[in-house]
Design a protein around this ligand. Structure first.
Ligand code: NAD
Length: 349
């Protein structure tokens, strides 16, 4: 905990429902710790703990750099979501969240659904990502995609001197929720869009709407001739193997943890002259959408806030250029500076 600067870690155990969960609260200086709950089959409790510590710290950084009055938190439920998940288990987890009195606010993550958020909501008000019919913000993907689009435009401004994407060859890897909305923005602007997905139905959904989108082989992404690479599927796609093959000028996508090794691959991208828009900065639209839910959901306001991602990304990229440090490192430093300055305000009060 002290190594990563965590405030509090809560272990939850309930033999009746079989619930085993860990809630990690990294930092609440800027506001309540908000972050999704991940349900996953971990090899050990130690592995689950490491994951929740890492993820909750990441949420502090994401909230801080996005200018939100939120801290960083995350929870993990240990177990197979397809086997042990049920209403009782979710509601028991909700009661543990409630016991923290709003210090931690949960949301959806891997292995969880909007229905689970509804069950959690039966036991606590400290949950976001609930359906619109229940006063929530619903699917955050359109806001996430808009933020990614803004980050991509900022990177284009840096690389080409203009934020216009017309005629640029953009490859969207992962034709899912975010990827689909991102393609809409890109097509509207006249970009030359390529998509890749491992499932045909996902591809079909996009090509029926945009017949001139080119479909490319999902197993041979890095060597494709493109100006902009938008990873919107899985993490760690920028690694030892792919970096040598990439010929793009920009990487800007929604996937979390795109750099397999942040220090090593961040530096390697600088060396190759590829501009990297930090993942957690440009995919913060999802968190912005959750934040809006806390204030009384307003989609228009959430989109306006996501638009700020353009300016922040440009600032990060400018600083990266002037210091020679990777954009990921600069983003981390900016996030830490906001948290530290808030700590000073609190100390002086
Ligand atoms: P999604 O599950 O709807 O879409 C992911 C898509 O990637 C799927 O269509 C899947 O078939 C495809 N895919 C998986 N492996 C692939 C591969 N090897 N090659 C090509 N395609 C592959 O998920 P999403 O909600 O669109 O999120 C996309 C990414 O953005 C994830 O990494 C997610 O963590 C991140 N993200 C999403 C949000 C959000 O609001 N949804 C917010 C922040 C970050």
């Amino acid at each position: 905990m002290s190594e990563m600067g965590h405030e509090q870690v809560v272990f939850c155990n309930d033999p009746h429902t079989g619930l085993k969960a860990i809630i990690g609260i990294h930092n609440t200086l800027l506001g309540p710790a908000l972050g999704g709950t991940r349900m996953w089959v971990y090899e050990s409790e130690a592995a689950a703990l490491t994951d929740v510590l890492r993820l909750s710290r990441g949420m502090s950084y994401k909230a801080a750099i996005s200018g939100l009055n939120l801290g960083g938190g995350k929870a993990v439920i240990i177990g197979d979501s397809r086997k042990i998940k049920n209403e009782a288990l979710m509601r028991r987890f909700g009661s543990f969240v409630d016991s923290l009195g709003g210090k931690y606010i949960t949301a959806e993550d891997v292995g969880m659904t909007t229905k689970d958020m509804e069950y959690i909501h039966m036991e606590t008000d400290h949950v976001v990502g609930i359906p619109e019919s229940l006063g929530g913000g619903g699917d955050p993907s359109p806001v996430t995609a808009y933020g990614v689009y803004m980050g991509m435009k900022a990177a284009a401004k840096k690389a080409y001197g203009t934020d216009k994407l017309e005629g640029k060859k953009v490859l969207v890897q992962g034709a899912g929720n975010v990827g689909g909305y991102l393609v809409d923005h890109l097509m509207e602007e006249g970009a030359s869009v390529m998509i890749a997905d491992i499932f045909k139905d996902k591809i079909d959904k996009i090509t029926t709407q945009h017949s001139n989108v080119e479909v490319v082989d999902p197993y041979n992404i890095a060597s494709i001739n493109m100006d902009i690479y938008a990873p919107c599927a899985l993490g760690a796609t920028i690694n030892d193997e792919t970096i040598d093959q990439l010929t793009c000028q920009i990487i800007a996508g929604a996937a979390n943890n795109q750099l397999a090794d942040e220090d090593k691959h961040g530096a390697a991208l600088i060396k190759k002259g590829i501009i990297y828009a930090p993942d957690y900065l440009i995919n913060a639209g999802g968190l912005i959408n959750c934040y809006s839910e806390l204030e009384g959901y307003n989609r228009k306001r959430a989109l306006e806030q996501a638009e700020n991602i353009f300016d922040t990304t440009l600032e990060v990229l400018n600083q990266s250029q002037s210091t020679g440090k990777s954009s990921h490192l600069i983003a981390n430093e900016m996030a830490e500076a906001r948290i530290d300055s808030t700590a000073q305000i609190h100390r002086s009060l």
